[in-house]
Design a protein around this ligand. Structure first.
Ligand SMILES: [Zn+2]
Length: 360
């Protein structure tokens, strides 16, 4: 899913509040076994309690498949009646999405059936599972995440300076429009504030450098993991591509000669387009196909060994991101084949070490 920030957080009056409270009560009831402290929060009146319940079932199902992996702690799910850019915030541990996935194509809005959003939720929740467990596996990521906290005072300082600069620029404009010379002290302050802003921006970048380094590398692996979660939940190889494809959008993008393969690449049974596409959501199309053919196509493996499968994928990914961190020259752009075959091999090794044999 897109990770675009598009969070319109409207708590819609008493009805939503009541649902929200009943969601809290429900979460407490099943706290001992499933979904520890997950909060389900409807964001508008169009979301029914039954729909919230269907979301809770997805989270419970995924949590029951985690094996030794940890379930996200204190996650919250913000549910809109429709949304065009569902996303998971791994730091806030929140998911923002709709009961219906919608898209506006050539000025007309199309919506997917609510049943198709469930695989999207499994995918987004997969991102939270990934972050929760990766944090304990990669010290650089853990340090990176704690650096975000350290950066906050600097970000606050930067925002204050930005306000000062805007105000000084407005004053300068007023003088100019009145045909009067701008007092030199205003110009000097404007220059000084600009210099300070550049310095603070550099400090923020330094503090977040490790976090940025890891997140840039982990993204395609993270998307792959989230898609595996969606496939285990739904039992369908095309769970995600089917949930987000709009035939019209696909046709339009094909006509423009762009994004021709984007949705096929996320179909684990895709036979046509396992080829070079370095965008993070699509990068591991060959690995998707391999893991399906070797393991996930078997319903009994999917259902009886989903915990081991997810642990194996998590361990393989941790190893591969670590390889990428140590070898910055092995770029995604130039090594599509190498990085796919390495991940396939790492998954095979992790599966074998758990006694899971290939089905073919
Ligand atoms: Zn995603």
């Amino acid at each position: 899913m897109k990770h675009t920030i598009w969070a319109l957080r409207i708590i819609a009056g008493a009805v939503a509040m009541a649902w929200s409270l009943s969601a809290v009560a429900g979460a407490l009831l099943c706290q001992a076994v499933f979904a520890p402290e997950v909060q389900f929060r409807p964001q508008d009146n169009g979301v029914t309690p039954k729909q919230v319940e269907s979301f809770r079932e997805v989270v419970n199902d995924v949590n029951s498949r985690l094996g030794k992996l940890q379930a996200p702690q204190n996650a919250e799910i913000l549910i809109h009646s429709e949304h065009n850019a569902p996303f998971a915030d791994q730091i806030q541990k929140s998911i923002t999405m709709g009961i219906r996935y919608s898209r506006t194509i050539n000025g007309k809005t199309y919506q997917k059936a609510p049943s198709l959003a469930l695989a999207i939720l499994a995918h987004e929740y997969g991102h939270l599972v990934f972050a929760e467990n990766y944090l304990h596996r990669e010290p650089l990521y853990a340090e990176g995440v704690s650096s975000l906290e350290k950066a906050k005072p600097f970000e606050k300082k930067f925002a204050e300076l930005e306000l000062q600069k805007t105000s000084l620029a407005a004053q300068m404009k007023t003088f100019k429009e009145a045909g009067k010379p701008t007092p030199p002290e205003i110009i000097q302050r404007h220059t000084a504030v600009s210099t300070m802003m550049a310095r603070v921006r550099d400090q923020i970048q330094d503090i977040k450098a490790d976090y940025r380094k890891v997140t840039a590398i982990k993204e395609p692996y993270d998307e792959f993991f989230a898609d595996v979660v969606a496939v285990l939940y739904s039992g369908k190889a095309d769970a995600i591509s089917k949930s987000i494809v709009f035939t019209r959008g696909l046709q339009a993008s094909r006509l423009k000669g762009q994004a021709t393969q984007t949705l096929e690449q996320r179909d684990f049974e895709n036979r046509r387009h396992q080829n070079l596409d370095t965008r993070p959501h699509n990068f591991f199309s060959a690995t998707r196909s391999a893991i399906w053919n070797s393991y996930l196509a078997s319903p009994s493996l999917r259902n009886k060994h989903s915990g081991e499968i997810l642990e194996a994928v998590m361990d393989a990914i941790t190893k591969e991101i670590s390889f990428k961190l140590k070898n910055p020259d092995v770029s995604f752009q130039k090594n599509w084949e190498l990085l796919n075959s390495r991940l396939i091999e790492a998954i095979d090794q992790q599966m074998a070490s758990r006694g899971i044999a290939k089905i073919k």
